[in-house]
Write a protein of this length. Sequence first.
Length: 438
Amino acid sequence: MAHDLKDQGERADGLFSRFEEDPEAADWALFGRRTNTDRRGFLRGAGLATMGAMLGASIPFHRNMPAGFIPVAFAQDDVLVGKDGLTLLNDRPINAETPAHLLDDPITPTERHFIRNNGIPPHELGEVDADGWTLTIDGFVDNTMTMTIADMQERFEVHTMALAIECGGNGRAAFDPPASGNQWTVGAIGCSEWTGVRLRDVLEAAGVQPQVVYTAHVGADAHLSGDPEKLPISRGLPIEKAMSDNVLIAWAQNGAPIHPNNGAPLRLVVPGWPGSCSQKWLTSITLRDVVHDGPKMTGTSYRVPNRPVAPGEDVAEEDFVIIERMPVKSLITAPPTGTSAGRSVEVRGHAWSGDRRVTAVDVSIDFGATWQRAELDEPVNDGAWQNWRTNVRFPQAGYYEVWARAMDDAGAQQPFEIAWNPKGYLNNTMHRVALTVS
């Protein structure tokens, strides 16, 4: 039997359908692979050799590979359909960031919005029926409600807003010692236009009872284990934040249906707070009289120590606090790092700061000795990032670093470095790009 992918006429974008139908049969058909009795590792060396040949290298830890596993080198094109230029960090669950220079647009195109998943999206489990999709509001409410998207469109005022979503772990790759989790650099951020209804309007229609302190969100994604009794993630918001003017229940992104990996057909958009609060594939919101304790709400998930800690220090779980607003931050989107430039160049990018406004962005070309003020736009609406730009002139040819720092209306300013934390959250250090000037 020939096991070469080309000999069988297969293409990389057919891998997922083959493995979804029968992963063990696909293992054998594509790689000549049989797994051990514990469903991990290769039982037959020919399968290992075939997969290694297709990857162009040996696989030292193949014993840890579960049955039906698709190497990310094969999976990238398939899982990122509808995306342009993203860097895939993980394919189970799918996580991909956007290089900074591809975030240059004032409004992030759907194809360049990052992906942060915790489980298996519903579109990978079967066809998603947007018309029949329902959202239930229950818990401590006067009236439990279950609505379709069409019901919400008819009953509530529809809003379109530019809203920034940032993963709480954006920048994790820069921590030393390393923090566990996806090694985001700077590209787990995006500011698309979202269309939907205000969460506040829907909760008011349900009737928020006096004892409510927190929301609890549930989506339709499945746990990676396949256990239907487990949720991959279920986070929530203090009721005060849930009642903000710019928290949306959204069904459209940039005037079209939401990308499947960005939460289609329905999701929450909670600007300024960790992206994990913006539950995707939203099916229910429960109002609770206690702080929500769903998956990724407890322990150390999306939490930081309540005090400065030494790098590598063990911190007791009871000393972690929930992350709420994200810190002040800026991003240089042009020119791209590592490129050549002339003596004069426009530097531009974006800046944001949780629930606050950015009041200034400064740029330095001399390693922070001096700074020049950039032109800064107001946000197009509350919750959007702010675009900025400035022209810089380099005094002579050579290597330069362009640094950017933002300041918000509470006086918080981006630092050159930040204190380490065990989960690698909230890295808002100055963004720097390298240029060679001729």
